[in-house]
Design a protein around this ligand. Sequence first.
Ligand SMILES: NC(=O)N[C@@H](CC(=O)O)C(=O)O
Ligand SMILES: [Zn+2]
Ligand SMILES: [Zn+2]
Length: 344
Amino acid sequence: MQQITLPRPDDWHLHLRDEELLATTVPATASVFARAVIMPNLVPPVTTVEQAMAYRERIIAQRPETSAFRPLMALYLTQQTSVATVRAAAENSEVIGFKLYPSGATTNSAAGVTDIEALDEVFAAMAELQVPLLVHGEVTAAEIDIFDREKVFIDTKLRPLLARHPQLKLVLEHITTRDAVDFVLEQGENVAATITPQHLLMNRNDLLVGGIRPHNYCLPILKRREHQEALQQAAVSGSPKFFLGTDSAPHGQSKKEAACGCAGCYSAPAALPLYAEFFDRMNALDKLADFASHFGADFYGFPRATEQVTLIRSEWQVPATVATAIGPMVPYWANEKLQWQIAE
Ligand SMILES: NC(=O)N[C@@H](CC(=O)O)C(=O)O
Ligand SMILES: [Zn+2]
Ligand SMILES: [Zn+2]
């Protein structure tokens, strides 16, 4: 196969950041994707519908003229989030749901949740109004090993949450373990998951063998190969519960290549070719459109995209750096080759 045409994909998990960086990050995604869920972990976080609408305007202002890209805004759940805010979110078609960051779990999560049970009224309203809850699924307790944090979160936080609110529409974001795959498959149609390119294409050896590779460092951290294989099988399985979410998360080169480097892979410059590379390696290119363009829209209740995008088989090299207003960034897969590129 030398060419694939698919409906414009959607990115159900994306960090665009703010201000001058939007001039780089918005076109990178908007030139390829129909829609994206915009993560709210700015400083300060996007906690209200008003803040989300103002942020949305800043994003739209950087959208290429020819693009109909639609940013779908997530609100940042805090211990102070009220039922009234859930109702306001439910009434706004451009707000897609709430993002739960356990406080301290990841980049800009300090304002996140410290006591999940204390928010039960909020979750009840979300379940009633079918407002999705998007979850960074890791515990933060210092005594829990970083490689076990997703599994422990599923067992100690997520299962009890869904037992209390069985109708809650929930996306377990950027899953990294077989435990997460099994959990999502066990649950009803109201539970789904996003999978990033790095967790499909890499395991923890790619982070740590032959030298530490800060540009492959993200959270949840890359796991062992057997977990990677479980994610790979899930992505090509044809199950509508697994769909594309890049978790493209830009940080300046100097913030990544540092004694205490930031977590996040900036995958947007090569996002769709990265997924095509993976599906091709799995001999499953026929499953790419479902994963990238259909299943997420179906889960969230959006129409499938009608515009199309074409990939051609033609080797190219991801650039070493991308120049931005805040300095150079090293994209995920920098200097490495990919077999597919987007036809202009
Ligand atoms: N995934 C990451 O490693 N980083 C994300 C935050 C997140 O999605 O957890 C970021 O905002 O940098
Ligand atoms: Zn996260
Ligand atoms: Zn993220």
